[in-house]
Ligand binder design. Structure first.
Ligand SMILES: [Zn+2]
Ligand SMILES: [Zn+2]
Length: 102
């Protein structure tokens, strides 16, 4: 059985609760390490790494090609060579949902 534990966040230094149900969850996943960060810092860290992707194209910077968005007409860059027979979209038009999913 698990008991609630108080751990210390290595990022902000605050104490946080590692609850019995979380410990159970960790054990189920096969994690042997206790979390080193409080839930706030973990969430912040996650959000940070997600934003670094630059729109979901992956971590590595790819060569970008200039293009004009077929929807709004602004100049943009796309990670592939526009062929001319397919419309290209700027980031905003290409992923209209990502702004609402926040
Ligand atoms: Zn923290
Ligand atoms: Zn656009």
């Amino acid at each position: 059985m698990f008991n609630d534990k108080i751990l210390n966040c290595r990022d902000c230094g605050r104490d946080f609760e590692f609850s019995a149900s979380e410990q159970e969850f960790y054990a189920e996943k096969g994690f042997t390490n206790e979390p080193g960060r409080c839930p706030e810092c973990r969430a912040a860290k996650k959000a940070q790494t997600r934003n670094q992707g630059g729109g979901g194209y992956g971590r590595q910077e790819r060569e970008m090609f200039p293009a004009v968005c077929a929807t709004c007409g602004i100049e943009t860059t796309v990670p592939f060579q526009p062929s001319g027979d397919k419309p290209v979209y700027c980031r905003e038009c290409f992923q209209p949902r990502s702004r609402n999913n926040y």
